[in-house]
Design a protein around this ligand. Structure first.
Ligand code: APR
Length: 309
């Protein structure tokens, strides 16, 4: 069986570990700095295995020994948002955590593919990329799959159709500047621009942009985790099974979409080598401007991190 390490045994990490094991995608190593938490959660999940009918092996630990030689490492370590906070407010704490985690991961699993989940996502990808020294195809940020799943859920609610009929396309950073593309978002292949009025689409786009904040304001003590965990595991599955699946992910761009040296959400092909291709489409001027605006916001955060170091 392949091996996936999940760093951070909190809400997102533990839920991702559960989904990975229950889909029997890999043996799972769950790492956290808090003693007892990863051990307790993996023991609990192991005791559910006879009922859930899987033979994935789960290990909980506070060191990186057991994670050695992982195929994929999903990094969720960090603090989540509280009401009133933006993802960017997490930057100084999470940049420090991301650096220390990535240093240890790069030593234990030098061939792993990293899936970054901690926020602010695009900026955390930079920290992981710079610290690990891994090639760009092996550092991937989870944002677009979550944002487009939210978009899809809202389209399905609006039209009363199966979520399985929906496809959504979201570009840009994981934040207020994300760029949902309605003309490439479809229901059974039909663009939603044919099915919904501009007002309704605008409302859905706005709800998607604020999808994370909507959940933070309801939970009050933390941020979303079921859908973020599902999104990270969908990416891991595409890589583990070498599916060549096109998914929107944060990828390091070197000229694609006119963006240089920045992690930003774009459609990529995921397979056994991680990001195997960046899919480029021609954007309308308005869309290109929105993407540029989003890239500028990510660039500002990257500059902030440089000043912190
Ligand atoms: N090494 C390992 N684990 C760490 C470290 C570290 N250096 N620092 C913190 N952690 C662990 C915490 O102990 C905690 O168990 O990370 C876990 C984070 O879990 P939660 O607080 O439940 O946060 P969660 O909701 O899972 O979100 C984690 O993902 O979606 C993003 O914005 C979110 O940045 C946040 C991250």
């Amino acid at each position: 069986m392949k091996k996936v390490t999940v760093v951070g045994a909190g809400n997102v990490g533990a839920t991702a570990a559960q989904r990975l094991a229950e889909k029997e995608l890999a043996d799972v190593v769950l790492v956290d700095i808090i003693e007892g938490i990863p051990q307790g959660k993996t023991l609990d999940l192991t005791e559910a295995a006879p009922i859930e009918k899987h033979d994935a092996h789960l290990t909980g630990t506070n060191t990186y020994e057991a994670s050695k030689g992982s195929d994929i490492v999903i990094i969720t370590a960090g603090i989540p948002r509280k009401p009133g906070m933006s993802r960017d407010d997490l930057i100084s704490t999470n940049a420090g955590i991301m650096k220390s985690v990535t240093e240890q991961i790069a030593k234990a699993s030098p061939k792993a593919i990293l899936i970054i989940v901690s926020n602010p996502l695009d900026a955390m990808c930079h920290v992981a990329y710079d610290t690990s020294g891994f090639p760009k195809n092996r550092v991937i940020g989870m944002a677009g799959v979550l944002d487009s799943a939210r978009f899809r859920a809202f389209i399905s609610m609006e039209l009363g159709v199966s979520v399985e009929n929906t496809h959504a396309f979201v570009l840009g950073g994981h934040g207020d500047t994300m760029v949902p593309l309605p003309r490439y978002s479809t229901v059974a292949g039909i663009p939603i621009t044919e099915l919904l009025s501009k007002d309704r689409i605008d409302a859905i786009v706005e709800r998607t942009r604020n999808g994370g904040a909507e959940i933070v304001s309801l939970l009050k003590t933390g941020s979303a985790y079921y859908a973020p965990a599902s999104a990270a595991v969908e990416m891991a599955e595409a890589i583990l099974k070498d599916k060549k699946k096109i998914l929107p992910c944060a990828a390091y761009l070197e000229g694609e979409y006119g963006i240089q040296g920045l992690f930003i959400g774009v459609p990529v092909k995921l397979g056994k080598n991680g990001i195997e291709e960046i899919i480029q489409i021609t954007l309308a001027e308005e869309e290109q401007n929105a993407l540029k605006n989003s890239a500028d916001a990510v660039q500002d955060l990257v500059e902030t991190i440089k000043k912190l170091q």
